[in-house]
Design a binder for this molecule. Structure first.
Ligand SMILES: Nc1nc2c(c(=O)[nH]1)N[C@H]1C(S)=C(S)[C@@H](COP(=O)(O)O)O[C@H]1N2
Ligand SMILES: [Mo]
Length: 358
């Protein structure tokens, strides 16, 4: 079978990334995550259309809408130099991350991008606070939503409630890990909506519309909503709109992992959406729960690193990992069904085969 042609610009080798099979979606390999931040060469990509080529010479971010006092257009140079610049380290995660594991847990398969564990990465994002840009047009006191509209061929767009749009760490980013924003990640500018589903962080931004009414578009009515028992629709859409992400964890090993017997350190990450990670517990097979050591600072919206020492005995094992956030939300044993397979939060159960055979 021939490989799907890639619609992304950066090289996507199987050495660093997991091909989700669409030619547009590539996960970060959990066993290739060095350091706190994810280098661009392996930062996951989730795109609904091929990466567009945008010439900044003719590009501007247009800001308007019925709750904007005076519409404005901000050119690239102006965006990078005339507004106060901020840098924030934040994790992006796709709401569909772990969809394959979710299906296995429920004995079903979900439609949609077949993500394993790789639709999560972290970067330092540099740009302008969205609220500083909006201040330039004068936002009406009764503004409700801000719609971000992309220039990609899919015409991706997604609204943000005004409170989230005005948050300290909602930014229009023009740089990632200290470099100009790469094409696949939204050049010339993208939103970074801290702690929320990746789909809110619109890439290849073209327009922002400030509205006096709630805005409904496919990405908050048909997609990126939870559909199923226990999920009430909170608008005209098919389900409840996904906003902040829940608590999750991963181990920095292949799936299943193959290890040699003996003492070693098991490392992983945990993420808690808008909150910070407060604790990570693990257990081996049916044994008691123990606390793992969290080895990074607790930052809301940024994953944490953790580790524990393990004396691995030969055989097949399951390492379970259960993270908790600063508001006492803990990964549940199970995640209840929703039609599109989003927001899998269950306790991680990582299969590990320990053997001295090569
Ligand atoms: N314009 C546009 N923005 C987009 C998307 C897209 O397809 N088009 N995908 C969204 C989704 S679903 C996710 S998870 C993130 C992924 O960002 P990344 O590709 O930089 O990792 O971008 C979001 N922003
Ligand atoms: Mo996503």
């Amino acid at each position: 079978m021939g490989a799907t042609e890639s619609g992304v610009v950066k090289p996507v080798s199987s050495d660093l990334m997991e091909d989700a099979g669409t030619g547009l979606d590539y996960g970060t390999r959990p066993d290739r995550m060095p350091g706190m931040l994810t280098p661009v060469d392996r930062f996951f990509v989730r795109s609904h259309s091929p990466t567009p080529s945008i010439d900044v010479a003719g590009w501007a971010l247009h800001i308007g809408g019925d709750a904007a006092g005076k519409p404005a257009s901000v050119g690239y140079d102006e965006l990078c130099h005339r507004f106060p610049q901020v840098s924030i380290e934040r994790t992006l995660e796709c709401a569909g991350n772990r969809r394959v594991l979710f299906g296995e847990e429920l004995g079903t398969t979900f439609d949609g991008t077949q993500w394993g564990r790789g639709a999560i990465s972290s970067a330092e994002w540099t740009g302008v606070r969205l609220r500083d840009l909006l201040a330039g047009v004068g936002v009406a006191a009764d503004a409700v939503d801000v719609l971000a509209v992309s220039l990609d061929s899919a015409g991706a767009r997604r609204p943000l409630p005004i409170a989230k749009a005005m948050a300290d760490d909602t930014i229009v980013a023009t740089a990632m890990n200290g470099e100009t924003l790469p094409p696949d990640h939204g050049f010339p500018a993208r939103l970074v909506v801290s702690g929320w589903l990746g789909a809110a962080s619109i890439k290849w931004l073209g327009r922002l519309e400030v509205s006096r009414e709630r805005i409904f578009v496919p990405w908050n009515t048909d997609d990126y909503v939870l559909i199923g028992p226990g999920h009430e629709a909170d608008g005209p859409g098919r389900g409840s709109v996904i906003t902040a992400l829940g608590v999750s964890s991963l181990i920095e090993l292949p799936w299943p992992a193959r290890l040699s017997p003996g003492p070693q350190v098991i490392r992983g990450r945990a993420f808690a959406g808008e909150n910070s990670v407060a604790a990570v517990d693990y257990r081996v097979d049916g044994g008691p729960w123990h606390a793992a050591d969290i080895t990074s600072a607790a930052t809301p919206g940024l994953w944490a690193r953790w580790e524990f020492a393990w004396n691995a005995e030969p055989g097949d094992h399951v390492i379970s990992v259960r993270a908790a956030d600063s508001s006492n939300n803990v990964q549940p044993e199970h995640t209840s069904f929703n039609e599109l397979g989003y927001m899998h939060e269950s306790v991680l159960q990582h299969p590990v085969h320990v053997s001295s055979a090569p």
